[in-house]
Ligand binder design. Structure first.
Ligand code: GAP
Length: 443
């Protein structure tokens, strides 16, 4: 079983490199462990995931606004939030092979790699620290944010004043977060630099439970909309013992990651943070962050329902969910069956023969302003289809010798392999229609 999982992960990592999704960072220098660079297709997939999230959580909602805060943060923010005090993991080292583990990731009391004896656990601070300005003394110490939500709390009053939002309402942001994880592993599942998509929803305390349930449902709906299979998603309530110091309750949305202990790994957490953060920042800053209700004239410190997901984990789930190997006409093909909205390249234009490159190039130039498209002339048509299947491109347009005579091209759909013949004059309309509504034959 473990070998099968390793094989699947190896195949996915290799495809990601081959097709330009994800590269090991600093590879030509031997690679920086657990650090990843996103290539030409990876950056598009990442942006498509973030854009989908932003559209779902912000653009289409009157009650959620966005922001984009600095990564280097005032140290007092992390004092107030409890991170300086609580954001540690217990770490153990193997005395024989020198591997290092989070204690709660080790079953038993021996090294999982070599069976060697482990050290006593020590606390390991997870925040990346740096200095601001020319002096490197204590007063210059600042932190890279370990989560994107704290700057939202710190800016609560600014946003309320600027937007005159009424309760309940949310503030959302996406961006980089940094954690000096003891063991970062499983490709982009756990890295030290990653992107979060977080939304803090401020509401009246008595309405918090209702909004909590609402947001769990909404977030599941979003993952479903990305094409993630139902059977591979579930929710899990946190036990009291695993709740973060700020949370009254928390539900994880989990994906059936093949490498995860117990078969499931966290994609996103939805937490009832109560008024913990606003009160902590009020106490530490001496500023009033309560909300003045215009109607009842009451002062309220709102409670917060947080939705907190990771771009990398969503991307990994989407890639694993869409990866498949299958036999077609006696030949194996590897397919990334990405949802058309997420696919980095939507359309590939392929001349059947090099001799048709110029005419096919004109078709490509027609399509390119409307949809992310690619032109590929190298290798046999079969090889080019296979490359596009692996890259996750949902539609290929082939220009053949008949196209010169009848002014039509063939559009091939990646998953069903169905083909339709379409007049070049209406190709752009046909393709944009398919992008909106799906493939006409299978719907
Ligand atoms: N503000 C709450 C918070 O940050 P979290 O459970 O620590 O909660 C939220 O993180 C999400 O961020 C996780 O569900 C995961 O998707 C992502 N995440 C956290 N640590 C990560 C890491 N080291 N590498 C990749 N993604 C990570």
């Amino acid at each position: 079983m473990t070998t099968e999982i390793d094989d699947l992960m190896k195949k996915l990592v290799s495809l990601c490199k081959r097709r330009g999704y994800i590269f090991q960072s600093g590879e030509i220098y031997g690679g920086l462990q657990s650090s990843w660079d996103y290539g030409p297709l990876g950056v598009e997939l990442k942006r498509n995931i973030e854009a989908s999230w932003w559209n779902f959580m912000v653009s289409t909602r009157p009650d959620v606004v966005g922001m984009d805060s600095a990564i280097i943060t005032h140290p007092d923010v992390w004092k107030a939030s409890g991170h300086l005090q609580h954001f540690h993991d217990p770490m153990v080292d193997c005395m024989k092979c020198k591997s290092r583990f989070r204690q709660d990731h080790v079953e038993g009391d021996r090294c999982p790699e070599c069976g060697g004896e482990l050290t006593e656990p020590r606390e390991f601070g997870l925040m990346f620290r740096t200095s601001m300005g020319a002096l490197e003394d204590e007063s210059a110490t600042v932190y890279l944010r370990p989560e994107t939500c704290q700057p939202i709390f710190v800016n609560f009053r600014n946003v309320v004043t600027a937007t005159r939002q009424r309760l309940p309402f949310g503030i959302a942001q996406t961006g980089k977060a940094f954690r000096n994880e003891i063991t970062a592993r499983n490709f982009i599942f756990r890295s030290r630099e990653f992107e979060q998509m977080e939304m803090e929803f401020f509401c009246r305390p008595e309405e918090a439970d209702e909004w909590f349930g609402y947001w769990v449902e909404q977030r599941l709906r979003w993952y479903g909309g990305l094409g993630v299979r139902d059977g591979n998603l579930r929710t899990r309530d946190h036990e009291d013992s695993e709740l973060a110091h700020y949370a009254q309750s928390c539900v994880d949305i989990e994906y059936r990651f093949p490498f995860a202990t117990g078969g499931w790994g966290e994609l996103e957490g939805i937490a009832n943070r109560t008024d913990y953060d606003l009160r902590a920042h009020m106490e530490n800053s001496g500023q009033d962050l309560s909300f003045q209700d215009q109607v009842s004239n009451e002062k309220i410190v709102p409670w917060v329902i947080e939705t907190s997901g990771g771009v990398g984990r969503t991307m990994l789930a989407v890639l694993l969910d869409s990866y498949r190997e299958e036999m077609v006409e006696g030949r194996e093909r590897v397919v990334l069956g990405l949802h058309r909205d997420l696919a980095p390249i939507k359309v590939a234009v392929l001349p059947l023969s090099r001799k048709l490159s110029e005419r096919a190039g004109e078709v490509f130039e027609m399509v390119r302003p409307h949809l992310p498209a690619m032109f590929d002339v190298t290798g046999s048509i079969g090889k080019r289809y296979r490359r596009m299947d692996e890259a996750g491109t949902p539609y290929c347009v082939t220009y053949d010798f008949d196209s010169i005579e009848d002014g039509r091209v063939t559009v091939r759909e990646r998953d069903s392999l169905e083909q339709i013949r379409v007049p070049i004059d209406s190709l752009v309309d046909t393709l944009t229609g398919i992008m909106d509504a799906g493939w006409p034959k299978s719907g």
